[in-house]
Design a protein around this ligand. Structure first.
Ligand code: EPZ
Length: 429
């Protein structure tokens, strides 16, 4: 199994191009099931999760092509992918595929909208928590879907087609909002979604659906109103830049010191994280080119942060912030409110010399002068990359195992960091 060796200590200087957002690409690819015409997506990152979703779509009879070639043969970044779901041949999403990637559960909505039925495996728990799908199923039921659970599968039927309805989420859910939007776009009548997620990736999907002919108002707010249409058409859409990738590299530069331009990053997508960096003593400058992160000489000031739905501080940057705070001049507190089990990185950061104590959902991090390299591994991609950030500032060599987590969500990580001076190398075994 591959691992990554990082020899820490040096600053990062240069430019890091920011890729298209993984968490927008996945639902956008799934939205292709809503139309028999071709959906063209630009700026698609080359990631293991994207390849996996392609397999899942293939299973439904969807054709995914990259500039005339099959998408998984391409090594280049920022791909253009053409997706055609002209003929949906299978409405079952099997356990073997859904259990590998939770987002694939979202095919439920477009399959129902196009075919009136779907049989989708329940995704099960994962490393960051139980992650139920009750709210997604509630949303479908509000649109007239009959749901039964049989042998670990959600069997959903809408024999009379989807009907517009009122969906009020008791908790902000990104996946719930994605499926509600997709189903409502082709439902008969008007749907109102209250307490909708406002994450930029939801907005990106809504923008794409509008290009496909959907009638959606309130995009970017917590109340979405959708007037269903009979058919959606093909469209061309550019995936928005990955705010979590940008935030991750911003925390990395804050950790090592140096001066890096995050090319193509959009400050409006991660203002809460940039505010935390400024509070920590980092210089942040935004321009048309992207976001420039500088820390030269000054130490890292401790912060108190709570994760929240957008526009609050994202849970997907919590582990990276914690890595940074291990070197702060004082004690920081980070409270995780989105997932109940998202502190798996704590014990691994401790292996590098971090001092972190946990009390329920709150972590207290006492900054230390030095981290020291060690072998580490992580259980999800954001936790893995937090170990990379810590390793970049640790003395000596750190070996990050289970690199496949990083490959799920970070495009060309070693190359991007290496070009800015990091000593980072992938070791194949
Ligand atoms: C999306 O997951 C992202 N995944 C996650 O990114 C991200 O951490 C999360 O949103 C929160 O921002 C993708 O976009 C592919 P949720 P999702 O539904 O949609 C609870 C990463 O690292 N909930 O917004 O699955 C749930 O347990 C990943 O890239 C229910 O209780 O998250 C959680 O506590 C990890 N019932 C909260 O809501 C439900 O039916 C928010 O989850 C659904 C969710």
């Amino acid at each position: 199994m591959d691992r990554i060796r990082i020899t820490g200590g040096g600053p990062l200087n240069g430019t890091i191009p920011i890729s298209g957002a993984k968490n927008a690409t996945l639902p956008l690819m799934i939205a292709s099931l809503l139309t028999e015409e071709t959906l063209i997506l630009d700026n698609v990152p080359h990631l293991a999760d994207v390849v996996q979703l392609q397999r899942i779509l293939n299973n439904h009879g969807v054709d995914v092509m990259l500039s005339g070639k099959r998408a998984h043969t391409a090594e280049n970044a920022g791909q253009t992918v053409k997706i055609s779901a002209a003929n949906i041949v299978d409405t079952t999403a099997p356990y073997e595929l859904v259990s590998k990637m939770r987002a694939s559960f979202w095919v439920l909505a477009p399959l129902l909208a196009r075919k009136g039925e779907a049989r989708v495996s329940l995704p099960g728990g994962c490393a960051i928590g139980t992650r139920p799908v009750d709210l997604l199923l509630m949303a479908m039921e509000k649109l007239g879907v009959n749901i039964e659970i049989e042998a670990g599968y959600v069997v959903a039927r809408a024999p009379k087609g989807l009907q517009g309805g009122e969906i009020n989420f008791s908790k902000v859910t990104v996946g719930g909002t994605h499926v509600a939007l997709m189903a409502a776009a082709l439902a008969n009548g008007t749907t109102v979604i209250d307490n909708a997620a406002r994450e930029p990736e939801v907005t990106d999907v809504a923008d794409c659906l509008v290009k496909m002919g959907a009638k959606i108002s309130g995009i970017g707010t917590s109340r979405l109103v959708i007037d269903g249409v009979a058919k959606l058409n093909g469209a061309r859409h550019r995936v928005l830049p990955d705010r979590i990738e940008a935030g991750t590299y911003a925390f990395a530069v804050a950790m090592t010191g140096g001066d890096v331009l995050l090319e193509g990053a959009r400050p409006d997508l991660l203002q809460s994280a940039l505010d935390v960096l400024v509070e920590a003593g980092v210089k942040v400058t935004s321009s048309n080119e992207g976001i420039r992160i500088q820390r030269n000489g000054a130490g890292i000031a401790p912060v108190r942060v709570t994760t929240e739905p957008f526009p609050g501080f994202p849970t997907d940057l919590q582990a990276q912030l914690m890595a940074l705070m291990t070197r702060a001049k004082g004690t920081s507190q980070i409270t995780e409110t989105i997932f109940e089990n998202r502190f798996m990185h704590v014990q691994e950061l401790a292996r590098l010399g971090a001092r972190i104590s946990l009390d329920g959902q709150m972590a207290t991090i006492e900054g230390v002068d030095k981290l020291k390299g060690a072998p580490v591994m992580a259980t999800d991609l954001r936790a893995s990359v937090s170990l990379v950030i810590a390793a970049l500032a640790a003395e000596g060599d750190t070996y990050v195992n289970r690199v496949y987590h990083l490959d799920r969500g970070f495009e060309r990580l070693e190359e991007k960091l290496g070009r800015c001076g990091a000593q980072i190398e992938r070791l194949s075994s």
